[in-house]
Design a protein around this ligand. Structure first.
Ligand code: HEM
Length: 293
């Protein structure tokens, strides 16, 4: 099933990419004109203006994607949807729509942001950008493959299993196991407070290189073949990652909670502004290809 979603998401991403790039290329001259001159280019305006054929079409697609990304929220919170597929797959579609909607809305606006809708537009940008921070934090909460959170007990078991493998497969002895444990365990977490977030980021960037250094040390000490270094590096890095995830879990949970508290109201503000925007434009007769005369 995963392969199906990978293919579908790739096709959807390509589809959006092609639509956006071709519109930008075709409308390039129009988009560069100052506001007052755009209406004089009647044909281009009817195509690339926010109410034009392509422009309005992109706006409708942006609106559909924007509404579509709330499906993840329904799947997450509504009881009757609990069995409707894995949560992490829904999140991937949420992210796809959360990135596509602002891009499509930008081209739909023909790069002109004024009035109440501009508040909605910038809020949408803010929510989408903060989505990347949320995704980063989300990745630091240990989960099952389905996307559900793992219990601390399961994480500890996973970690013990990795250490056992290192002991049995590479013959690591007691003091080196201690070395490995010390290498993985972060110190003075309480003292660092919120700054621990930077330690997490630094650890993500440097973990692999540090693990490789230790793997090379073990390779020389135990006379392991060079072909094992990559495998050993991965196992040491995984071990360190698991320990760090447990050690920083409280702080990540707290920050992720506050991230939700800020992220959600912005998202619902955009939703309200979008509904008003659609109601106003339709009431002014902007109905795209659905003319009623
Ligand atoms: C216009 C754009 C977006 C809107 C309106 C939006 C809206 C939301 C909302 C309302 C939630 C809360 C779900 C809940 O009830 O827990 C949420 C969660 C989330 N969003 Fe977005 N989002 C957008 C874009 C993005 C993007 C671009 C990303 C990633 C790059 C992203 C990643 C996430 C993550 C990781 C969560 C938390 C999932 C969880 O706790 O289960 N979002 N989003």
């Amino acid at each position: 099933m995963k392969i199906f979603h990978n293919i579908l998401l790739t096709l959807l991403t390509l589809g959006v990419g092609v639509i956006v790039v071709t519109t930008l290329i075709d409308g390039w001259t129009y988009y560069q004109l100052p506001q007052a001159e755009r209406v004089l280019q009647e044909e281009a305006h009817k195509m690339f203006g926010a109410a034009g054929f392509a422009g309005h079409g992109l706006g409708i697609l942006a609106g559909i994607f924007f509404l579509g990304l709330f499906l993840y929220v329904f799947r997450k919170h509504l009881k009757f949807m609990r069995r409707w597929g894995k949560l992490n797959i829904w999140l991937r579609y949420h992210i796809f729509m959360g990135i596509s909607a602002p891009i499509l809305a930008t081209v739909h606006s023909a790069f002109k942001f004024q009035g109440v809708i501009s508040i909605g537009y910038y809020s949408m940008m803010a929510v989408a950008l903060s989505g990347f921070i949320g995704r980063y934090l989300y990745g630091h909460i240990p989960r099952r493959k389905s996307g559900e959170e793992l219990s601390l007990r399961q994480v500890h078991l996973d970690r013990a299993e990795t250490i056992r493998r290192l002991e049995f497969e590479f013959g690591l002895k007691g003091p080196d196991i201690q070395k490995l444990v010390a290498f993985s365990t972060p110190r003075s977490i309480e003292r660092w407070g919120i700054l621990n977030l930077f330690r997490i980021l630094w650890d993500d960037l440097s973990r692999w290189f540090q693990a490789r250094r230790l793997a090379r040390y073990f390779q020389h000490k135990y006379g392991l073949p060079p072909s094992e270094v990559n495998y050993l590096t991965r196992a040491i890095a995984k071990q360190r990652m698991l320990v760090q995830r447990i050690a920083f879990l409280d702080i990540v949970h707290k920050v992720f909670h506050w991230w939700h508290v800020i992220h959600k109201p912005f998202a619902y503000t955009v939703l309200v502004i979008l509904v008003l925007h659609v109601a106003v434009t339709v009431s002014f007769g902007s109905t795209w290809i659905f003319k009623n005369d």
